[in-house]
Write a protein that binds this ligand. Structure first.
Ligand SMILES: [Zn+2]
Length: 359
């Protein structure tokens, strides 16, 4: 066994959609990648459709993080096989009963996008293992070309970091040749970003968004913009009065507003996942708001949660980023252990929210 190529991921997704057509649909995202590759997802559930209560799981945003796409494909395959057989699933001492699995499929839709950044995946596996971004062609003013936009700095939430953040406070770059953190020419400029936006637009029943990365290990929840506060609703990413103040750790000049009930629920679900991961082989994942890693602009988890605050006509989506494992590309035997941790956590998450989701 070894890491899947992008071609193998595509084949795997298509085969699952064919084999388990009673329990899942193939979702072809509207935008092909920069290099014109199809981007495919699966929608799992006994009942599927835009308005069904949905959890969105995304992997492969960062190309060099090889585990998440494989983990999500095997997660989908395990769930579908168990649903058809009417059994439960286990990973070490972490378990989902047959009854819980039935409830997940009966009350929820799980939209799983294993590899959001196909071009990056291929470039990382074939050319530069350290490649993180997509493969956009950035033409500099002097005519030179550099490649790649960091998809996870390209979303439309405080994207314009030079205006919105304090100087040097955020992990982002507007240099088209920055190897890791280039934010792109405008918010949501990249087709890979637009596809994730489309998932949230199309699946209007989405209540939870989980972006699977590596490797800290940790489970983060909103916000990544700044530390949290629940006293001053006006102190938020939409308020230009606070431009230039965001992203500084340890100050009280600016902190990002979060509704107390949301903060409590996000922390509860994050801890639930960390507890489930511990049952697999005893690994300890840190749980905190994303900002504890470093300040981020334009990240997908914050974008998912920001949509409702920017437009109350849009559903509220709680955002999470899992940073699985301890290395980007460990030996595959270790990668398989990490995949078991990811599956256990994501299954427990779904089982938990399925008990509160309206049928
Ligand atoms: Zn990442």
């Amino acid at each position: 066994m070894s890491y899947l190529s992008f071609e193998e991921i595509v084949t795997g997704v298509r085969n699952l959609a064919t084999e388990y057509g009673a329990f899942c649909d193939l979702v072809t995202l509207p935008n092909t990648s920069v290099e014109a590759r199809d981007v495919l997802a699966l929608a799992l559930g006994d009942t599927r459709g835009p308005e069904v209560r949905t959890v969105v799981y995304v992997g492969g945003v960062h190309a060099r993080e090889w585990i998440p796409p494989d983990a999500l494909l095997y997660f989908a395959a395990d769930l579908l096989e168990a649903r058809r057989a009417g059994t439960g699933l286990s990973w070490g001492d972490a378990r989902i009963s047959a009854e819980e699995l039935g409830r997940i499929f009966g009350t929820l839709q799980l939209v799983i996008l294993p590899c959001a950044n196909p071009d990056g995946r291929i470039y990382s596996q074939e050319v530069d293992p350290d490649w993180r971004k997509n493969r956009a062609r950035n033409v500099r003013p002097d005519g030179g070309v550099c490649h790649g936009v960091d998809i996870n700095r390209n979303f439309d939430v405080a994207w314009d970091f030079r205006r919105t953040f304090a100087p040097d406070a955020v992990s982002a770059s507007d240099d088209p040749c920055n190897k890791y953190l280039y934010v792109g020419p405008e918010a949501a400029s990249e087709p890979e970003t637009a596809n994730i936006v489309w998932l949230l637009d199309h699946f209007t029943g989405t209540g939870w968004y989980l972006d699977i990365h590596s490797a800290v290990p940790a489970i983060y929840h909103n916000w990544g913009l700044d530390e949290l506060q629940s006293d001053a609703p006006g102190m938020n990413f939409l308020n230009p009065a606070h431009d230039g103040q965001r992203g500084i750790a340890g100050d009280t000049l600016y902190r990002e507003f979060i509704e107390p009930a949301d903060a409590t629920e996000m922390a509860r679900l994050s801890r639930l996942m960390a507890e489930e991961i511990r049952k697999v082989r005893g690994d300890e994942y840190e749980v905190s708001a994303s900002f504890s890693l470093y300040a981020t602009s334009g990240a997908s988890d914050d974008y998912a949660y920001s949509r409702h605050r920017a437009d109350t006509g849009k559903a509220k989506v709680l955002g999470f980023t899992m940073e699985c494992g301890h290395a980007f590309q460990p030996e595959f035997a270790e990668a398989e252990e990490v995949m078991r941790e990811v599956s256990a956590a994501l299954a427990r998450f779904a089982a938990d929210v399925s008990s509160v989701a309206p049928v």
